[in-house]
Every structure is written in structure tokens, then in C-alpha cells.
Design a protein around this ligand. Structure first.
Ligand SMILES: Cc1cc2nc3c(=O)[nH]c(=O)nc-3n(C[C@H](O)[C@H](O)[C@H](O)COP(=O)(O)OP(=O)(O)OC[C@H]3O[C@@H](n4cnc5c(N)ncnc54)[C@H](O)[C@@H]3O)c2cc1C
Length: 397
């Protein structure tokens, strides 16, 4: 049955997180009528993504926003790796094959604020939860905050616990990993500057990243999941394992996470499309989730503005799935090695890291690897034009 009358919008985006907002900005730039439906009314209160990779900055360039991001963040050019007996080496971004030779550190709340400001509040229905999503032959109907909205397409950007996924009964098989972390942002008095540091010890890992505004994030591995960590735990474990004083009085926030992975069976169902964490999840260790979602959004914005988007959705599914599988595998592999505990395993890890990853020819490639330059289809520039031609879909792999 067709929609009664013309649709209100070309695209309704459910979820105004970083991925939904980026998609909305890209579609608006192409003259699409869009609406973002977001249940939050204020800024996010938790601290999540900070690392923005060069391919993501290339996508932000399209909106003329990359420099605003760069001016608000910290350019991380080196990541030092430490083992049981001191420094093992450095993964450097100084020679990666991109014009921006760094990972940008910017808190997710700042990313959301820049994108939201660029999009304009008039395109966002804030404080609205999506009730139902129904599909017709020529469009979709969404219930948002008690109102019925219609569009040619609906894109679910509503995060890892996507309600749209549940409404449509879309499966997203996956699992939680058996490792746990507590993290906190601190006023930075460590003297570690603009460098990232990874400490791999027999008791567990510690990761430390610079943040703008003279702050620093510390992430510590814990033996079990702690819903309510004892006060000062991040500070205590960071000092114990690294020897660096991280005063508890300087702590600004705290959160706990147990990484998990999942991947939707399909990234679309008719005219409803999944993007970002609504489609896939990966361990935050490695900092790839939001960047992967940004690449999804760029791909999707391109096909939704073409003449026959429905015919191109299988290409979106195939290309993005390939990128996501690579990112999930890398995050999993890095976390597996990084979370080994015990003295013997720790010494084996030191040997592997020092001789295979922090020295020699592999070391030179690790910068590009962590900057996500070697993920397939990491920006549209890396997608062959033939993949975006409806007539080639049957042969595209
Ligand atoms: C500790 C940690 C560190 C991380 N670090 C990095 C990093 O350095 N780099 C990186 O790339 N990634 C990182 N990530 C991953 C990153 O945070 C996520 O991949 C990213 O938030 C995904 O963005 P999204 O827009 O897809 O989903 P979300 O950020 O989850 O946004 C979803 C939005 O949808 C809204 N919503 C949900 N349901 C509904 C509904 N029914 N109706 C209306 N609105 C709804 C929510 O309010 C939310 O605003 C990290 C994650 C964690 C936990």
C-alpha cells in the first residue's frame, strides 16, 4: 500500500549521535529534506569516543568542518608502547600516507556539538522516542513523540541497543568479551604531553590518551566487571602499573565498560537502513567504532542521493560489511594480546610487541594500520565507481 500523500521528508534519521548527525549534515548538503529524531534533550553525559582518524577527517572536509574539529582537538602523532621492563617502542603516525599525520583526540560530546550546530536545531526533533516504524511500497511511517512522520527512507542510527532493530526483528549476533575496563578523564599533570601511551603489565593494561583542555583519559583493565568501582580505582591502578601519579582529586568522570561485538545480519530491510552502532559493534579498544560509522554515513549519503537508492543498498551492505569485519577483527586481535595477564604471558607479549610491531618493517606500517588507512572502503574515494552502478550489482562481490 502506498503512503497516503507525499512524504514529509526524504530521509528520517532515528538517533542524533555522531553518526546520525554526520549523515544528516551530508544529506542536507545534497538538498535532501531530512529530520533527525533524538530522544535526548541535552548533551551526552558519558565520555566515549575520542580518537578521530584521518579518513574521518577527510569525510568532515566535505562539510568544511575538518579544521573546526582539528582546532578544538589534540593531534596525537606518537603512541608509546610499554611492557614489563620499560618502553618497547613507538607506533608513529608521522609518516602515514595522508596529509594529516596524526589521530585527532576530541571528546564525543564536542563532536556531537559541532555536527549539531552545523546541521541546525530546526532539523532535529529532540526529546522524541521512536514508537513504531512501518514500511509501505513507496516510503515509511515513523511514530515520533506521538506524531506520525513519513519519509522515503528511514535510517536507524540509534546506537548499539537500537530500538528500530528490535521493532523490525533484525538479528545482530555477537557476544561480550571476557575482559573489563574502568576509565576516567583527569586534569593532566602527568607530563606525558600530546602522546598516547599503552602500558602492558602482568596485572593488566593501562591506556592513556591526551584530551583537549589540559585533560587526559586513563583506561585500566580490571579482573571483573565492577558496576560501582571503589573510589579512586583508576588512579590507584594507573599509579601501581605505570608508576605515574594520577591524583584522584584530579578525576573528572568515570565509566565502566565490558567490550562486545555484534554485526547485523543485513544492513537494510526494505527502506529501513542501519548505520553506525545500530548496524555493528566492536571493542572500543582501538578506537574504531565511531570512525567506522562515519564511513557508513558517507557511503549511505552518496547512495541515498542517487536516482535508484534501493538498487544500491546491496552494495552498501557488501562494502560496509567488509570494512566492519576487518575493523572488528583488528579490535578483537589487539584487545586479545593487550589483555594477557600473568608474568610469563606478559614477557611473551613484550617480545612480540618489541620485535614484531615496534621495530622493523611492520612497525612502519602500524601507524597506517591504527589510523584506519588500511581498512577497505574507509572513505568513498576507496570505493570503485563500478560498485555504485546499479547495473553491476549482480556481479559485485
Ligand atoms: C569507552 C568508549 C570509548 C570509545 N572510543 C572510541 C574512539 O576513540 N573512536 C571511535 O571511533 N569510537 C570509539 N568508541 C565507539 C563510539 O562511541 C561509538 O561507535 C559511537 O558512539 C557510535 O555512534 P552512533 O551515532 O552510531 O551511536 P550512539 O552514539 O549510540 O548514538 C545513538 C543516538 O540515538 C539515540 N536513540 C537511541 N534510541 C532512540 C530512539 N528509540 N529514538 C530516538 N533516539 C534514540 C541516543 O540517544 C543517541 O543519541 C568508544 C566507545 C566507548 C564505550
Amino acid at each position: 500500500m502506498p503512503l497516503a500523500g507525499a512524504s514529509d521528508f526524504d530521509v528520517i534519521i532515528v538517533g542524533g549521535g555522531p553518526v546520525g548527525l554526520l549523515l544528516a549534515c551530508l544529506l542536507k548538503q545534497q538538498g535532501q529534506r531530512i529530520r533527525v529524531v533524538e530522544r535526548r534533550t541535552g548533551p551526552i553525559t558519558h565520555s566515549a569516543a575520542i580518537g578521530i582518524t584521518p579518513p574521518s577527517l577527510q569525510i568532515l572536509d566535505k562539510l568544511g568542518l575538518a579544521e573546526e574539529f582539528v582546532s578544538g582537538g589534540v593531534k596525537v602523532r606518537d603512541c608509546f608502547v610499554h611492557g614489563q621492563r620499560g618502553r618497547l617502542g613507538c607506533v608513529s603516525f608521522r609518516e602515514i600516507p595522508d596529509e594529516r599525520r596524526y589521530i585527532l583526540s576530541l571528546p564525543q560530546a564536542a563532536t556531537i556539538a559541532i555536527l549539531q550546530n552545523h546541521l541546525g536545531q530546526e532539523h532535529i526533533e529532540a526529546g522524541c522516542e521512536v514508537g513504531y516504524v512501518r514500511q509501505q511500497a513507496d516510503g515509511c511511517e515513523v511514530q515520533a513523540g506521538g506524531r506520525r512522520l513519513t519519509a522515503r527512507y528511514v535510517v536507524a542510527c540509534d546506537g548499539s541497543r537500537s530500538s528500530v532493530r528490535s521493532i523490525l526483528g533484525m538479528r545482530a549476533p555477537g557476544r561480550s568479551y571476557d575482559c573489563h575496563f574502568v576509565m576516567g578523564d583527569f586534569v593532566d599533570r602527568s607530563g606525558l604531553g600530546d602522546e598516547a601511551h599503552l602500558f602492558f603489565t602482568a596485572d593488566g593494561s593501562v591506556e592513556s590518551f591526551p584530551l583537549p583542555g589540559g585533560q587526559r583519559r586513563w583506561v585500566v583493565q580490571t579482573e571483573t566487571r565492577m558496576e560501582r568501582p571503589p573510589p579512586g580505582l583508576v588512579s590507584q591502578l594507573a599509579r601501581w602499573r605505570t608508576g605515574i601519579d594520577v591524583p584522584v582529586a584530579d578525576q573528572l568522570n568515570e565509566s565502566v565498560f565490558t567490550p562486545r561485538k555484534f554485526n547485523c545480519d543485513r544492513y537494510y530491510d526494505g527502506r529501513v537502513i542501519f548505520c553506525g552502532d545500530a548496524a555493528h559493534g566492536m571493542s572500543p579498544i582501538g578506537g574504531q567504532g565511531m570512525n567506522t560509522g562515519f564511513a557508513d554515513a558517507e557511503f549511505l549519503a552518496e547512495i541515498l542521493t542517487r536516482s535508484e537508492p534501493l538498487k544500491l543498498l546491496p552494495a552498501y551492505d557488501r562494502c560496509r560489511r567488509k570494512a566492519v569485519k576487518t575493523a572488528i577483527f583488528r579490535a578483537e586481535w589487539g584487545m586479545w594480546l593487550g589483555t594477557w595477564r600473568g608474568r610469563a604471558r606478559s614477557l611473551v607479549r613484550d617480545f612480540i610487541l618489541k620485535h614484531l610491531f615496534c621495530q622493523g618493517p611492520v612497525a612502519r606500517r602500524m601507524g597506517a594500520f591504527y589510523a584506519m588507512l588500511t581498512i577497505p572502503f574507509n572513505t568513498l574515494k576507496r570505493v570503485p565507481a563500478s560498485r555504485l552502478e546499479p547495473r553491476t550489482l549482480d556481479t559485485a562481490s
